[in-house]
Design a protein around this ligand. Sequence first.
Ligand SMILES: [Mn+2]
Length: 320
Amino acid sequence: MTTRILHRLLKLIKTNKKFLIVSHISPESDAIGSSIALALGLKKMGKSVYVLNRDPVPDILKFLPSAKIVTRKIPSGKFDVMFIVDCPNMERTGLKNLRAKITVTIDHHLLLSQVIPKQSLNLIDPKASATGELVYKLLHSLHVTIDKAIATNLYTAILTDTGGFRYSNTTPESLKIASRLVAAGADPWEITKEVYENFSFNRLRLVSLCLPTIEKKGKITSITVTRDMFKKTKTSIEDTESIVDFPRQIKGSEVALLFREDRKNLYKISLRSKGKVNVAKIAKTFGGGGHANAAGCKLTGSLTEVKGKIFKAVKSAIKN
Ligand SMILES: [Mn+2]
């Protein structure tokens, strides 16, 4: 992050009182953890903070300290500053009619649209492993003491966005910050148990139904989840988060795909690259977005049609 933007942001925070924090729809650890940590930090500075999300906090993240401050109730008043965290724009929040004098985006996704609204400040760093990393730096610059609650939220954010410190976004910087968060009270094993060793029995039953759909065509691997599978196992979208890891784990897989049936003839596609193919570019051509190694998009059509289109696009990306 540039020092100029950081200085403007520090001044903006110090001179204002009423803050609103929003994040993307279907929030995961980085969205929720960053929102809560930023809120707790601002509260420590005596600020009034409202944390809003269109969707509820996933059950698996309810262990996060102060998870209850995330509300779904649209506030009526006007705020001084609105923070949009872990997403590039207002559109991705699924929220409307929020009033604030100035908007600040804190994110690490690649900017899809070059339209930066007036009256806004953007702390965007695609090199950051997680938005949690940027929030850590911001709170540190504000001289906020990182306590156990803040540390637990930020550690969880960075842990999950780096796939448990395994993905290529695991950098000296992200490990250094994680180390400081552990020193400040985040407990790696307690958090790991909550995040990775806490799946419901039904979730594993869903996995057992998906596994037979695994395919491998050259360097492309895929797995499919249908609405019928959700119904049979009493599971939901939340339970599919790590299913794309299965095709990715296959030897020789360069791009792994998850086809998730959200509605009849509407599929959400998760794309994962092992590093050679920029899947954000592919997702973008279908109106989606994400990172070079993890992206997503939605397509309408039958499963055969959708798979055909995506496989074709990925195949040509691998060729080039
Ligand atoms: Mn993130």
